[in-house]
Design a binder for this molecule. Structure first.
Ligand code: ADP
Ligand code: ZN
Length: 626
């Protein structure tokens, strides 16, 4: 049966017609083909790569209903709205529907009114649902966020464990497509095993997101840094992630006090407020969302222009997922992490005191803990590296990227090599002298306090203020001193002992620096101050296209109005990328409009006239206002 080959061509036409995309992205065609030929698939693709297309196209091409199982209740409404806007009948079933609405959808599904039905995994046990489904031809079961089935991933959902039995209970087993952005081998194996995928085609696409620009700023002055960044990202909407609810409250308040349109989101808020704030953000009424990691799992907003982490997350999986919410429409976006050493303690605390998803054996718990601490180390490594940030991330996810991307903060960043031999000698000799005076070794923080001439109780009690090295680096900031000490640890001139209270010890190699004048250098970022970072230019990830800002503004305003009239978020009408293309190409006819990437037939019919009119008026210089 060569349905696959024929199907792909047909699918490309469907993709152009309904979604306006001209070509498949990496992985999509293979996955679509396999599903059309009746084979199970596992698609591992980063956020924003276009996983939905892989099951939406087969849903259009295959006879019968496609079930999409998703844990993201908040996402369903938007996804269904986007499908309907593209002219594809779809619906969702979850706990937000009242009894009447729920029954109406069940009736609609039974009557064959939809191509796709989104369901929360809990539904698979509801009798009315199962009864309805068993009488229908099911073309395909798509499992979104499939890593939720694995205990090793984040976001484990016990209800995902029932999907396999549900699929097997259907009168005829449809192909199953599993999709996730979690790349580790362990999670992948779990998905195949626990969802009972049969000889699945596995497609893993690259995790690189070329339009994202990564940067890390080491600072203890987070608020001023944040304000400087927000000033730089003026027009864009974005997310500020904080580690705790209290930080969300504080940062949100500070921003509002300065006139920013900021909303907040964390698990401690009432459902109603959470929903409202989220909508404000999605509908562009609030430009900035200040949130804990509770926010975002279901946010399909494609025009997020930046993601700033006010605190370091616990691991790179979380970081990449959260940062990846920026730039889903393919336009240039910034992902900036504000790092201070205190973040490491917070993350460690959260790991050691976290809730467990489910009860487990003590040995398993210990193993999990060690694994998480190891992941934390890699996260800290990302914050401290002076090498390419993108390369660091991609290597973590198992790829072999080029050594330098040329666009991340470290590649383009103004780094310079600095000779710190004298400072290194001061630090190392302070360690020696403290140990000699006390008769035992002390920890790094105490040494740094001594060097800076701090008058803390501990320093005075131990008499460290009588050391000749007391205060000899008092002009150096804590951050900088910490970085130099990190460098000495990295070069192996001193080590920190393992255990709960690590202390510093010099190694034999330290003698080279102390007595034989061996040079020590460090790469330092030139601009660490907010003022300076403001002038850093944002690298554009896309090939530059000539565009007229006025026209773009005009089209944006038109989009806002049309979206308001239709009661959908602006990006559902057209994405930023599509508007940019439209402004650049200035289509005059319906055919030209259809050739713009992102414009499908249904949308061209629905919105084309207004956009073409606006473009024509603009080109002829007629005034128009929206
Ligand atoms: P994911 O689920 O992998 O995070 P989505 O399915 O939400 O990603 O897709 C992200 C964006 O990419 C959407 O705006 C979608 O319209 C766009 N997209 C998907 N496939 C293509 C394609 N073949 N060409 C251009 N854009 C695409
Ligand atoms: Zn780089």
């Amino acid at each position: 049966m060569s349905r696959g080959a024929a199907g792909a061509g047909e699918c490309r036409a469907l993709m152009k017609r309904y979604f306006g995309h001209d070509a498949f992205r990496p992985g999509q065609e293979q996955l679509v083909d396999a599903l059309l030929s009746g084979r199970d698939v596992l698609g591992v693709m980063p956020t924003g790569a276009g996983k939905s297309m892989c099951y939406q196209l087969p849903a259009l091409a295959l006879p019968g209903l496609t079930l999409v199982i998703s844990p993201l209740i908040s996402l369903m409404k938007d996804q269904v709205a986007a499908l309907e806007d593209a002219g594809i009948p779809a619906a969702f079933l979850n706990s937000t529907l009242d009894g009447d609405a729920y029954r109406a959808v069940l009736r609609g599904a039974a009557a064959g009114a939809y191509r796709l039905l989104y369901v929360a995994p809990e539904r698979l046990e509801a009798e009315a649902f199962c009864g309805m489904v068993s009488r229908l031809p099911i073309a395909l079961v798509a499992v979104d966020e499939a890593h939720c089935v694995s205990q090793w991933g984040q976001d484990f959902r016990p209800s995902y464990r029932r999907i396999a039995a549900f699929v097997e209970s259907l009168p005829q087993r449809p192909p199953v497509g599993a999709f996730t952005a979690t790349a580790t081998a362990q999670v992948r194996e779990d998905i195949i095993r626990l969802l009972h995928l049969k000889n699945p085609l596995c497609a893993t696409t690259g995790f690189d997101r070329p339009n994202l620009r990564f940067d890390v700023i080491q600072t203890r002055q987070k608020l001023p840094q944040l304000l400087a960044l927000l000033a730089r990202f003026r027009e864009r909407s974005g997310i500020v992630y904080c580690a705790t609810r209290a930080t969300v409250e504080r940062v949100c308040e500070e921003l509002r006090g300065r006139g920013f349109q900021a909303a907040r989101y964390h698990a401690g808020l009432e459902d109603g407020e959470r929903r409202e704030n989220q909508e404000d953000f999605v509908y562009d009424r609030a430009r900035i969302m200040v949130a804990t990691n509770a926010f975002g799992m279901g946010i399909d907003k494609s025009n997020v222009g930046f993601v700033i982490h006010y605190n370091m997350p616990k691991n790179l999986e979380s970081y990449y997922q959260e940062a990846g919410r920026a730039g889903r429409d393919g336009t240039a976006a910034d992902c900036v992490l504000l790092f201070s050493p205190g973040d490491v303690q917070t993350a460690r605390f959260l790991i050691c005191n976290g809730d467990e998803a489910e009860p487990m054996e003590e040995s398993a718990r210990q193993e999990l803990l060690l694994r998480e601490l190891a992941r934390l180390d890699r996260m800290v490594g990302y914050c401290k590296t002076t090498a390419c940030l993108r390369a660091y991330l991609l290597e973590y996810f198992g790829e072999m990227p080029p050594k330098a991307c040329g666009s991340c903060g470290n590649c383009s960043g103004p780094f310079q090599e600095r000779d710190i031999t004298t400072e290194a000698q001061k630090i190392l000799s302070c360690v020696v002298r403290a140990e000699r005076q006390l008769g035992y070794s002390v920890g790094l923080q105490l040494i740094l306090q001594t060097l800076r001439g701090s008058r803390t109780k501990r320093v005075l009690q131990l008499g460290l203020d009588r050391l000749p090295t007391y205060g000899i680096l008092s002009q150096t900031s804590r951050d900088q001193l910490q970085r130099w000490a990190d460098r000495l640890l990295e070069l192996g001139y001193m080590i920190q002992t393992p255990g709960e209270y690590p202390v510093l010890r010099l190694t034999a190699a330290a003698g080279d620096v102390l007595f034989r004048g061996k040079a020590v250098t460090v790469q330092e970022k030139l601009s660490l101050e907010p003022e300076a970072s403001e002038v850093l230019s944002t690298a554009a990830a896309e090939p530059p296209i000539e565009l007229s800002d006025d026209l773009l503004e005009l089209l944006r305003a038109l989009r806002t109005r049309l979206a308001q009239e239709a009661g959908v978020p602006a990006y559902i009408v057209f994405s930023n990328a599509t508007l940019q293309q439209m402004a650049a190409r200035q289509p005059r006819t319906a055919a030209e409009l259809l050739a713009v990437p992102g414009v499908g037939a249904v949308k061209a019919e629905r919105y084309g006239h207004e956009f073409l009119t606006a473009i024509r008026r603009w080109c002829t210089g007629e005034e128009a206002s929206y």
